[in-house]
Design a protein around this ligand. Structure first.
Ligand SMILES: C[S@@+](CC[C@H](N)C(=O)[O-])C[C@H]1O[C@@H](n2cnc3c(N)ncnc32)[C@H](O)[C@@H]1O
Length: 293
């Protein structure tokens, strides 16, 4: 995933107790011992920051907190888990096409929730364009980490946005992120050190004729081993303007771009605000917030 999408989650230091048993020493990560979903979660996702943003945006626009959230392209459903942990009344629905990934989420993510929290999550193996009855009446529908770029044709994106419109409760919001800038068109690798491994974002090939971008995520370890192509994506690199046009055609009343502020050192400050004008940064991420009424 583009690097600016990732802010490290804050870490909490557990309280020390005098008689705590010493933990077994952690084995260094290697290609043989690491799990690609764990590495993805650590390197790419920051669901707490994501939920902070969507929760606050809904509260600001609607004057109250949302309760029903759908995570489209949910993968291992980390966002669903974070949503039900936030407040006792919160309910989450996750949709993804890939059964092994959903199963990993059930075993490794859902299992860390209490039984009561698990009862407030529904995970479905479904195409986001055909979400089903249980995925309706949503206050918030999210498509994050640029996942809607998997929909290549305009007709696919239109079908998706129409399905979202039908799935939103009155006052509901659809929020997606978008990646762009001159660097998004370059064939290049970006490396970032993470705890125990290096994360590599590889923009393998960009085709200017149909705006498709082939990308891959690799992981490298201190012992010299690596997991190449741990995840690969075939995207269409949609622009904000194109996406907003399709949203309007799908019947959304309004869409607003939330643009990131400047940290004064050439980077983003992590604060996204409604904007009509952005800067031509080398790379940027932005959110679109779409409203049906
Ligand atoms: C980049 S992962 C996103 C994981 C996670 N939500 C995140 O924010 O990092 C994209 C996911 O979209 C799923 N996917 C792709 N096309 C889909 C579709 N049409 N309907 C449902 N899921 C889809 C893939 O199976 C994959 O798990």
């Amino acid at each position: 995933m583009p690097d600016h999408a990732m802010t490290k989650p804050s870490t909490r230091t557990p309280k020390r107790t005098a008689r705590r048993k010493p933990r077994p020493a952690r084995q260094p990560l290697t290609a043989a011992t690491a799990d690609r979903h764990d590495l993805y979660t650590a390197a790419v996702q920051n669901v707490a920051a994501e939920i902070d943003f969507v929760d606050q945006t809904y509260k600001t626009l609607r004057g109250q907190y949302a309760t029903r959230l759908r995570e489209d392209f949910c993968g291992t459903a980390q966002t669903c888990a974070e949503w039900v942990r936030r407040r006792p009344g919160n309910v989450a629905v996750g949709l993804d096409l890939d059964e092994p990934t959903l199963q990993w989420g059930r075993e490794k993510v859902m299992s860390r929730l209490t039984e009561e929290q698990q009862a407030r999550v529904i995970l479905k193996n479904r195409d986001v364009r055909d979400p089903g009855r249980k995925a309706r009446d949503m206050d918030l529908i999210l498509a994050m980490n640029f996942s809607s770029n998997a929909l290549m044709a305009r007709s696919d994106m239109l079908a998706y946005f129409k399905a979202i419109r039908k799935s939103l409760a009155p006052g509901g919001l659809f929020i997606m992120d978008c990646y762009g800038g001159s660097e998004s068109l370059l064939e290049q690798e970006e490396r970032r050190a993470c705890k125990g491994f290096t994360y590599v974002w590889d923009q393998v090939h960009y085709n200017p004729i149909d705006a498709t971008l082939d990308t891959a995520i690799h992981f490298e370890f201190k012992d010299g081993t690596s997991i190449r192509n741990a995840f690969t994506y075939h995207w269409r690199l949609w622009t904000l303007a194109e996406l907003r046009d399709v949203l309007a055609d799908a019947g959304f009343a309004r869409s607003t771009v939330y643009w990131e502020g400047d940290d004064g050192k050439g980077g983003g400050d992590g604060v996204f605000k409604p904007a009509a004008r952005g800067d031509a940064c080398a790379s940027w991420i932005a959110y679109i917030v779409a409203e049906i009424d």
